[in-house]
Design a protein. Structure first.
Length: 96
């Protein structure tokens, strides 16, 4: 068997976003597939593709749901506020 050269190897792009199947995301997060679909329908998960950001958001949602014992409307409000805080922090960092 001929050893492969560097040119034969696929390149890894660190900027490339991996996407996952619904079943894999359910397994990674411990959230049922039905609940993930419901969160998507309700706009709690903005990503169409289930990527690393969606996994992070789902984990955040489940943490909030368990610790704050809030409903989906409350989750949406909390997530929006957390996103706004993240945007403001990024703006402050950009100012130096």
């Amino acid at each position: 068997m001929k050893p492969s050269s560097d040119q034969d190897l696929p390149l890894y792009d660190a900027n490339e976003q991996a996407t996952y199947s619904l079943d894999i995301v359910a397994e990674l997060t411990g959230v049922s597939s039905q609940t993930i679909l419901r969160y998507q329908e309700q706009g709690l998960i903005h990503e169409k593709n289930l990527d690393d950001e969606a996994v992070h958001t789902l984990r955040r949602i489940e943490h909030l749901r368990c610790t704050c014992e809030t409903n989906d409307s409350g989750l949406r409000l909390i997530l929006n506020l957390m996103d706004e805080v993240d945007r403001l922090r990024a703006a402050l960092r950009a100012r130096g």
